[in-house]
Ligand binder design. Structure first.
Ligand code: HIS
Length: 390
């Protein structure tokens, strides 16, 4: 028979990879449930319009036609479907939500990336206080301490900083976009050319430093000493500094501010953040405030903050406790099912031995370092001691 391979960019998961993922997801869910987060599942398929404003960053969506020839897509993001859901149901707000699920983005060929990814995340909808940002950042810190030896570095930024600053100095959308583009790509000579026309204005000192506006709170404050920023950009900066200072108070938590980076998504309207580990270029965590998103689905605007967690990456690098539990095998005869069913119901740590005969069961148990039990004629459980001669 000829073998059929998987489509490009997909993979099957089994054994250790699959079970590590499951352990992480279980633990995360447990801790979120305890803190009254409400689980949300949305379908894998949505109408294309849901993602109209989603920045796919040179990737594409899988598109299909439904029965009425309407285009549906495999979701490339989980926040937009949740926003859609909130505007079409009467879930009471404020609400703390969480999700775990797969998303799909077609990466460039030969990029080596998977097109299907598992993401967990939280959405705090209806909360205007910066405490909602803190809730996300504290979760990042907990995950970092629990599974990553505290190695996660948090980068904080503000989605409105660049736009509000540039709006203050030029009315040209084209010029604003050009400056942002070169700044975000760190193409310094091109950036210098783009800002040249502001050479004789008071903002020029700032514009020159902008690509380097990246560092710890103290570095940023120092770099900006004596610089006067337009009011809105200044308040975005103040907010970023405020949140970064709160996070820096957590012992061992590294925080940097980056005001020269692009917001991770178009829907963010306030503080944004990412979490990285060591030199891995992909981020593990990404999120921020998105106060206008519900409005874009024809509902009231609602203050909201959320973040996503890359479960594939997390499960690759997490240091999970190796819980070595004692293995107990239960040997039985098929006509003893009444005892077997009782026993298994009450004793979660017994595994059925599926060997045909007791001798093979003993060997198997020995091989796996497990204790072997059997059910005797009276329906009682007894330990099978391996013959010393074997
Ligand atoms: N959906 C975002 C993460 C997020 C969740 N909530 C808000 N933001 C992402 O994929 O990057």
């Amino acid at each position: 028979m000829h073998k059929i391979n998987l489509p490009l960019g997909t993979r099957a998961e089994f054994g250790e990879r699959a079970s590590r993922k499951q352990v992480l997801v279980n633990e995360l869910q447990k801790s979120l449930e305890k803190r009254s987060f409400m689980k949300v599942n949305t379908p894998l398929l949505e109408y294309k319009e849901v993602f109209a404003n989603f920045d796919l960053k040179q990737m594409r969506t899988y598109q299909l036609l439904d029965r009425n020839n309407k285009t549906v897509v495999l979701r490339p993001d989980l926040t937009l479907p949740i926003a859609r859901l909130l505007t079409t149901t009467n879930i009471k707000l404020p609400q703390k939500l969480y999700y775990v699920g797969d998303l799909f983005k077609i990466a460039k060929e030969l990029s080596g990336r998977n097109n299907q990814m598992t993401q967990a995340g939280i959405e705090l909808v209806g909360y205007s206080s910066s405490k909602a940002e803190l809730e996300c950042l504290l979760l990042i810190n907990r995950i970092s301490r629990k599974w990553l030896n505290g190695r996660v570095k948090i980068e904080i930024s503000h989605a409105c900083f660049a736009e509000s600053l540039l709006t203050n100095i030029t009315a040209s959308t084209e010029l604003k976009n050009r400056i942002k583009r070169e700044l975000y790509r760190k193409r310094i000579p091109e950036y210098q050319r783009a800002i040249k026309q502001f050479e004789n204005t008071s903002i020029y000192g700032f514009l020159q430093k902008w690509p380097r506006l990246f560092g710890e709170v103290a570095d940023i404050t120092k770099m900006l000493e004596g610089i006067k920023l337009p009011t809105q950009a200044y308040s975005a900066l103040q907010e970023t500094v405020k949140v970064a200072k709160w996070i820096a108070k957590i012992p061992g938590q590294k925080v940097i501010i980056d005001l020269s980076t692009a917001p991770p998504q178009r829907y963010y309207t306030g503080i944004t953040f990412k979490g990285f580990v060591d030199d891995i270029p992909e981020y593990l965590f990404s999120g921020g405030r998105y106060d206008q998103l519900l409005e874009s689905f024809q509902a009231q605007p609602e203050p909201a903050v959320g973040m996503g967690i890359d479960i594939d990456l997390l499960s690759e690098i997490a240091e999970l406790e190796n819980k070595k539990e004692d293995k107990n095998y239960l040997f039985f005869e098929p006509d003893q099912t009444e005892y077997v069913s009782e026993w298994l119901l009450k004793n979660g740590n017994y595994e059925l031995s599926l060997e045909d005969d007791l001798e093979t069961a003993k060997e198997k148990a020995y091989e796996k370092n497990a204790k072997l039990f059997k059910i005797n004629k009276q329906g009682e459980i007894e330990n099978v001691v391996k013959n010393s001669s074997n």
